[in-house]
Each structure stands twice: as C-alpha cells, then as structure tokens.
Design a protein around this ligand. Structure first.
Ligand code: SAM
Length: 295
C-alpha cells in the first residue's frame, strides 16, 4: 500500500505509537539524526525530509514509531474513537490502522480486529504485539452477527476493505489518467473494480446494522469513483434508514469527493500525485436524536 516505501522525493511520515512513546520524546530522539516537523492535521504524525531511511531504526523495531503515510494516518483520526470505547476494525491486516486506533484510545477500551486472510492474520498479530494493542478476531466481517452479545457495545467501525490499491501503487501512476478516474476503464479492469465494489457495498451495508455503532469510517486507497463516491451514494438510503448521515472528516482539507451527488463535499480525497497517496475517506455519524444505549 506504499506505506513503507522509502521514497526519495516525498517527505517521510512517521506515526508515533503513543502507547509506547510520547510525541515530544519521539521528536527528541529522531531529531538527533534528522530535522523533524509536526504535521498540522494528524496530532501524532511527524514529518522527516525526503530520503530519511528509518527502516532499521530501533524505534521502528520496537514498535514506538510506525512508517505510515499521512493519508493512511488520517483514517483512524477521522473515526475519532474515545478512550474506553469498543471499536471494530472490520478488515484489519496488516494492522496499521488497528494499532493507531488503540493509540488514539490511550490503550483504554477494546479494539476488535477482524481479518479474513489467515496468512495476513499472522502479520496483524505481529503488528499488534509490537504496538501493545489488543484483540484479534480471525474471520469474515460479513459473517459477524450484529446480534452477537460480544459485539453489542461496539460504538465505532473502521471499514478499510480490500480495494484496487490504485491510489498508492506508484508503478501504476501512469495509468491514472482522467478517463480512469471518470470510470471509463478497460473491460478487465472494470470487471475487477465492479467485483471489489460489490464487496465494499456489502461490507458497508453490514456495518450499518450493528446496534450501538455511532461512527463509521469507510476508506480506500483507490482513486476510482466506482469504489469511492459510487459505493457511498448507493448506500445513502440504507444509511439514512439506520439513522446515519454523512459527516465531514477534516473540514480544513480542501480536496473533497468528486461532485457526483449532493453531499459529496463531505467526502475526503487525497491525490496520488499532489498528496503522494490517493486515499478516500467517508465518515458516517448517527444522528443526534437517535437513542444511544451506551451514553
Ligand atoms: N486496514 C489495514 C491497515 O491499515 O493496515 C489494511 C486493510 S486491507 C486494505 C484490506 C484487508 O481486508 C485485507 O487484509 C483482506 O484480507 C481483508 N478482508 C477482505 N475481505 C474481508 C472480510 N470479508 N472480512 C475480514 N477481512 C477481510
């Protein structure tokens, strides 16, 4: 997903795992070798000069810092989970956002990480162990029952499903022509995208059905409207019927969703060239007047 691509021309983003180290100490430690700046939007994100290679840095090895891009780090912050909450990370391996959620919750509460792919579960478990976060559930998110008592207190869901990865695959950047963005892809591509979108729609629909959920973030690292605005738009009536509406993650961010439906300005996009990674974030929030059984 390009999160750990050393990159020579782009700044190096470092997310501090605040479960293990505070931001101030991280700046001091990394500052011994590099000029370090704080990101202005993601509180635990640091910016180092292009070409800074931290792959062998001891703070990476012990899970105090993660090499994670800015757009990817915006996803868990958009969900804004509170300490003490129960949060479900529906499609979680390799676990970058899982451990970010745990860190934003100060390690208080429960992050349940669901992952279908067995070999990726191992990687997820490694990330989680490294970070000090908890709880891995191996299985299919679509098969988790909203009626399962052990999930009845889940207040937020992060849904970062399998996607085309078109926003972060640097080698594919020359294919990211406007025609692709507008959806006139070749037959093969289109078939693949439609399959992915069918799963993405199913997964998002499923997320709405959990009884205590107040916030849902749907994110992809795709640039394709089919996987992004179209998925969200097709589920707006269902979202509404469950008491959810679109909200605006990072209102100060200029680049919003493609204007294909009224309300697409709530959505957030990052550009694969200008922002170095193409991500998409949609935030659904339960309307205020809907009863919350866990105030
Ligand atoms: N959120 C992760 C991170 O930031 O490290 C990346 C998630 S990746 C885009 C999508 C993941 O969803 C893959 O690991 C894939 O195996 C998993 N997945 C796909 N279908 C799933 C399902 N039905 N239930 C649970 N996980 C699923």
């Amino acid at each position: 997903r390009g999160d750990d691509d050393p990159g020579v021309s782009r700044p190096r983003f470092i997310r501090v795992n605040t479960l293990k180290m505070d931001v101030h100490t991280a700046i001091k430690e990394l500052g011994k070798r590099y000029p370090v700046q704080k990101d202005d939007m993601v509180p635990d994100l640091l910016i180092l000069p292009p070409g800074s290679d931290l792959h062998d840095h001891p703070l990476v090895a012990d899970g105090s810092i993660f090499l994670q891009g800015k757009a990817s780090s915006m996803v868990a912050v958009a969900l804004d989970p509170k300490p003490g909450w129960e949060v479900l990370d529906a499609c979680s391996a390799p676990g970058n956002k899982t451990v970010h959620l745990a860190s934003l919750m100060n390690g208080k509460g429960r992050v349940i990480a669901c992952e279908l792919n067995e070999s990726r579960v191992k990687r997820l478990q490694h990330t989680i162990k490294l970070s000090g976060a908890s709880n891995v559930l191996h299985g299919d998110f679509l098969k988790l029952s909203p009626k399962d008592p052990s999930l009845s207190k889940v207040r937020a869901i992060l849904l970062d499903p399998s996607c085309s990865g078109s926003g972060t695959a640097a080698v594919r950047l020359d294919h990211l022509l406007p025609s692709h963005v507008e959806g006139t892809t070749s037959g093969d591509d289109l078939e693949r995208l439609n399959k992915l979108a069918a799963f993405q729609r199913k997964a998002l629909a499923h997320a709405f059905s959990f009884p205590a959920v107040e916030r849902i973030v749907y994110s992809t690292c795709s640039i394709h409207q089919i996987e992004n605005e179209d998925v969200v738009q097709s589920l707006l009536p269902l979202a509404e019927s469950h008491g959810f509406q679109l909200d605006t993650p990072f209102p100060q961010w200029q680049r919003r969703g493609l204007p294909v439906f009224a309300g697409a300005n709530h959505l957030l996009r990052t550009d694969p060239v200008e922002d170095k990674e193409g991500f998409f974030i949609a935030l659904f929030k339960k309307k205020q007047n809907t009863t919350n059984p866990f105030p």
